[in-house]
Design a protein around this ligand. Sequence first.
Ligand code: GLU
Length: 487
Amino acid sequence: MADKMRVRFAPSPTGPFHIGGARSALFNWLLAKKDEGCLVLRIEDTDRERSTKESEENIKEALKWLGITWDEGIDVGGEHGPYRQTERLHIYEEYTKKLLASGQAYECFCTDEEIEAERQALKDAGKMPIYQGHCRHLTEEQKEAYRAEGRKPTIRFRVPENQEIIVDDMVRGRVTFDSNGVGDFVIVKSDGIPVYNYAVVIDDATMEITHVIRAEEHLSNTPRQVVLYEALGLPTPRFGHVSLILGKDRTKMSKRHGATSVDQYRKLGYLPEAIVNFLALLGWSPTGEEEILSAEQLIEQFSMDRVAKNPAVFDIDKLNWINAQYMKNADPAMICDLAIPHLVEAGYITEDISAEEKAKLVEFTAAVQDHLSYAAQLTELADLYFNDAFDVTDEEMKEILADETVPAVTSLFAQKMNELEVVDFAAVKAIFKAIGKELKVGGKKVFMPLRIVTTGQMHGPDLAKMIPIIGRERILARMARTLDALK
Ligand code: GLU
């Protein structure tokens, strides 16, 4: 066996790249990085009907976006290739020949209908629905007769009876299975394509994988894999089955809980570093109190003994909080780019936005980015910047504007704004201060009415920052229009 740690991520490219898959990839990557080991990316595409190139591309793109790099595998190559299962059929065939020759596997001519009928009958009788071994001992003549009928055999593995199958799992501890509950299972379908449980064993062994870290749902497959390793005389890797990811209501994470694919979060303008940070915390706990951790820190701290047995809960509020931490320091131009498709969709801008408009929008983004959990949320603040034609209908706002000091505050503001040579944050702030002083009114009586007449809102990012970005002309026009409408 290889002396350094060799782990793998082995997705089936059958759909959008799920958050759970990304977490498995990440845990493997962290382990490989920490141990200076090797991460292999293998594509498990034996389900030909459901596997697509598009999904494979999507998985690769998402991994790259997250910064999860692989040392061996599709695209990058390596000594243990090919790395796509449908390109490895000749390898599986060699092993199948050996298993058939030694009698550890046999041809099974039962049809799907016959198998199903047997299963149903067993279930009805309250028994375990496992294959009863009809084809276990066929003679050559019987096989020939079946062939003559046009039946195409599957290959079944002969599971040893009365054995305790032990999985010493890195997360779940020692788990034992009774081989009698497994039943002879199909390893190669009648079209010659191996099933997952078979291909995975040959691949993991021939790729010299030392540790298999994957989702808990595969724990029930593990006894089948263990008996195959033993039959093939191949070294069994160590297993670590990472708990399911549940929604906040403690049911399995699904579309009902919101976005489940990495792509959806990417499109909403979440940042890859934040997703990585969040995924790492799904089932693993850091060594200290600090939860905002860079990839380097995660690598340094990660270990399987801090991976929890109990299910991880996907808490979107936590993801938003983590993402917001990363947003604060992110480049506003980048956040703006992430938000643009959403602003276009919401009708605020068109795709052919001019460089000048774009520069303004970046300034706006910089001013509000502390208020965003993710880039697409910019659309929720966009009215502030884009909407010059708001109406003030809210009673509380109207009441504030009915105060006797408002006419003086607003006219002095207009006057001072017009006198300014340069409209910038410091100048606007100074104006607010001066108005308060000259009219002897408190700060709140200055900026609350000014905020309402210039934005149509009661709360929001620092008004002194907003005003220079929206610009003097538009600000004064907004104010005049609002005051007019209230007359
Ligand atoms: N292709 C399997 C899946 O995507 C991988 C299981 C494994 O890691 O062994 O679920």
